[in-house]
Ligand binder design. Structure first.
Ligand SMILES: *[C@@H]1O[C@H](CO)[C@@H](O)[C@H](O)[C@H]1NC(C)=O
Ligand SMILES: *[C@@H]1O[C@H](CO)[C@@H](O)[C@H](O)[C@H]1NC(C)=O
Ligand SMILES: *[C@@H]1O[C@H](CO)[C@@H](O)[C@H](O)[C@H]1NC(C)=O
Length: 476
């Protein structure tokens, strides 16, 4: 009984050992070694497992996978931007998601599918195989969205390895913001291998339509183009005498700001406020020519524009280059409003002086005033003139009337004369007052006229400036 058990046990042991022996053989042997399939192996290992063991026996992931070390390994890359996160003009950086596929041929990872049940490709964690050290040299920070051991590489039977990295990248980028919010930025990203020279790694760009499909729109930026240019850069080595040439692929990312937000939220309100400021300052809505109200309105709108400028300055990209277009626009609007206000103050002063010094309005103004208000102004003055002549006549009549002998009549006449003198004085006063009123009215009309001209001038200047800033400058 014991011998039988011993025999069975030893049989099992031999069986186990032989199985293990086969495995170790597989590991040691090269990939193209002939396979002897036994029933035991078939049950224990799948084709993929066998292939895995076959491929990674003696595989060193730290070394370039080439049988001929003098050859260059071709690596195809197609870095794509899958979404701009933030463009930081102050830090001169650009944050985005990068979708970064790379393809190369790993000669040591090839097999013949017929020997592994027709297996065409396998997926393996990418930290197990050799990876080219290719990245953008302007990278400030790179965060892999997926750890490398969880990123799978696709390896086909010819040894073609495809790997797609997904990274959150921050790169350096030079911004030119003078045309803000119509600026177009260009960000150059040189991609290359950090260690391998041209003789060891050759870079090639490939196009894939998928890159456009995965792109997510950014609310502020629009990608214009992302094109590659091959470039060989020779770096003078400082430690050895040999100069080393590296191959780089220079990708130019051109992206454009969407100006709609700034136009609707800043330019349009600012323009409206300034136009209202001008209208309020110069529109002749007040019949008695009082400018106090207008000035108050002007000051209020000026203050509003100043507040708007303050708000905008917080949103505007800051740069040593100078003030961006939007900042210049608001500043110009502020200056237009302030100039209009100053002109308005001067007009108020002039109007007051003219009235105070009782200057006679120029002829053409009076003609214009008469033409405008023929009934009131003309009639009043002619009426006054008539009255004046009548008074003079009456005086003359009284003076020439024969004096009566009667004392009573004399005193009466004296009294009457005094009255007449009073009345004449009053009439003179009244006349003067009427003249003043006429003067006021004529001057009011004149200043209304000036106001209208100034309103037209300021509005057209404002319109012209807006046109130059938002149509001509961005187009240039
Ligand atoms: C097979 O190799 C492993 C290590 O790779 C070793 O531990 C084991 O003993 C070997 N088996 C045989 C049967 O040689
Ligand atoms: C491997 O890559 C080469 C070169 O790009 C290509 O010609 C070949 O068809 C690829 N092999 C497979 C199985 O896709
Ligand atoms: C390396 O480059 C520098 C400058 O281009 C040149 O002066 C020098 O001769 C080069 N050295 C070699 C070994 O080619």
């Amino acid at each position: 009984m014991l011998t039988v058990t011993c025999f069975i046990l030893s049989l099992l042991l031999i069986n186990y050992c032989s199985a293990n022996l086969f495995v170790n053989e597989t590991e040691v042997e090269a990939e193209d070694a002939p396979r002897i399939t036994t029933d035991a192996r078939k049950q224990k290992f799948t084709h993929e497992q066998r292939l895995y063991h076959a491929l990674f026996a003696g595989y060193n992931k730290h070394l370039r996978p080439l049988r001929n070390p003098n050859k260059a390994l071709k690596v195809y890359i197609n870095p794509s931007i899958s979404g701009i996160i933030k463009a930081d003009e102050l830090d001169q950086s650009l944050k985005f998601f990068q979708w970064f596929p790379m393809i190369w041929r790993d000669e040591l990872l090839a097999w013949s599918p017929s020997k592994f049940g027709g297996l065409q490709f396998i997926m393996i964690p990418s930290n197990l195989i050799w990876l080219p050290d290719i990245f953008a040299f302007t990278t400030m920070e790179a965060i892999e969205t997926m750890p490398m051991e969880k990123t799978y590489a696709r390896v086909d039977y010819e040894g073609n390895v495809t790997i797609v990295k997904h990274q959150f990248l921050t790169v350096r980028c030079q911004y030119h913001i003078l045309l803000f919010p119509f600026d177009v930025q260009q960000c150059r990203m040189p991609f290359g291998s950090w260690a391998y020279t041209t003789e060891q790694i050759e870079l090639e760009a490939f196009e894939s339509r998928l890159a456009q499909q995965i792109f997510e729109e950014n609310s502020e930026w629009e990608i214009v183009s992302f094109t590659a240019r091959k470039e060989s850069v020779t770096y003078e080595s400082f430690s050895t005498i040999i100069n080393r040439t590296f191959q780089e692929l220079h990708y130019d990312l051109v992206f454009k700001r969407k100006p709609t937000f700034y136009i609707y939220m800043i330019v349009v309100p600012c323009s409206i406020i300034v136009n209202i400021c001008l209208l309020g300052l110069f529109a002749p809505f007040n019949t008695n020519g009082d400018r106090q109200e207008k000035l108050t309105l002007g000051l209020t709108t000026l203050l509003t524009v100043a507040v708007l400028l303050h708000i905008v300055s917080g949103q505007m990209p800051k740069s040593a280059e100078g003030l961006p277009l939007l900042g210049k626009f608001i500043l110009v609007e502020l200056i237009v409003c302030a100039t209009a206000l100053a002109v308005s103050v001067l007009l108020m002063y002039g109007h007051r002086q003219v009235i105070k010094r009782r200057w006679v309005a120029p002829n053409f103004v009076r003609t214009y005033a008469n033409y405008l208000k023929p009934h009131r102004v003309l009639e009043e003055s002619s009426h006054l003139l008539e009255e004046r002549s009548q008074v003079d006549l009456s005086e003359v009549q009284f003076n020439n009337s024969p004096k009566n002998d009667h004392q009573h009549t004399f005193t009466q006449i004296t009294l009457l004369k005094t009255y007449i003198a009073h009345v004449t004085a009053m009439k003179k006063q009244l006349l003067r007052f009427q003249e003043d009123t006429t003067l006021h009215e004529v001057w009011n009309i004149a200043f209304e006229w000036i106001d209208m001209i100034l309103l037209g001038t300021f509005l057209s200047v404002n319109l012209l400036l807006t046109y130059i800033m938002f149509v001509m400058v961005p187009a240039a």
